[in-house]
Design a protein around this ligand. Structure first.
Ligand SMILES: [Fe+2]
Ligand SMILES: [Fe+2]
Length: 202
């Protein structure tokens, strides 16, 4: 398997995940898979919300339509992994990380600015998920899950890039880069202040 290092080359996350997370995550793989399934469901739901909120943005509608299909197929793949191991879907849990990050989507009457913030927050969720998938790929013993997380890591890295590019369709590139830098800092602080949880993907 080729060594793809998306977290170093493109993701630009300011703070790496506490390396202890993956050890506890592996011991709680049922919880991790359940939480992961809901992350994929939320990614699909969020893409649908963007379509409903910005039907006039043709490029966004097209890209989000493709994304819904892709995230839904990820959801199905996680369900399959749960089933293979004799686990059910389990209950949805609050995602404190996403809730904190979403507080930084600025409201008000500047529609394009709000869209940019929304796309960049989604980009960061993709980036952090990708980083966690990489840790799982590299560290867990289950070979099937290694391959699974490798494939999803590559996919979510692509989504991160697409969200940032899409933001630049609707706002000047310099403004997007500046806001991305601010949000990267905010995201790192959120991660710093959140206790790494053994039963959560974030
Ligand atoms: Fe996904
Ligand atoms: Fe994604």
């Amino acid at each position: 398997m080729s060594e793809l290092q998306p977290t170093k080359t493109i993701l630009r996350l300011h703070l790496p995940t506490d390396p202890r997370w993956v050890n506890v995550a592996e011991k709680n793989i049922e919880d991790i898979l359940v939480d992961h399934a809901y992350c994929e469901q939320k990614a699909a739901t969020s893409a649908i919300s963007l379509i409903v909120k910005y039907p006039d943005k043709t490029r966004l509608v097209e890209e989000m339509t493709d994304l819904v299909a892709e995230e839904w197929s990820h959801f199905e793949r996680v369900l399959e992994q749960l089933k293979k191991r004799g686990y059910g879907l389990g209950r949805n849990r609050p995602d404190e990380y996403v809730v904190e990050l979403a507080k930084h989507i600025r409201k008000g009457n500047k529609r394009e600015r709000q869209l940019m913030d929304h796309l960049l927050v989604n980009a960061l969720i993709e980036a952090r998920s990708c980083e966690r998938f990489k840790l799982l790929w590299k560290n867990i013993a289950d070979e099937e899950l290694q391959k699974f997380y490798y494939e999803l890591m590559v996919s979510e890295a692509g989504h991160y890039v697409s969200f940032v590019k899409l933001a630049k369709e609707y706002m000047p590139a310099e403004e997007v880069d500046a806001r991305l830098n601010e949000l990267l800092e905010i995201e790192a602080n959120i991660i710093k202040n959140l206790e790494p949880r053994p039963d959560r993907m974030h």
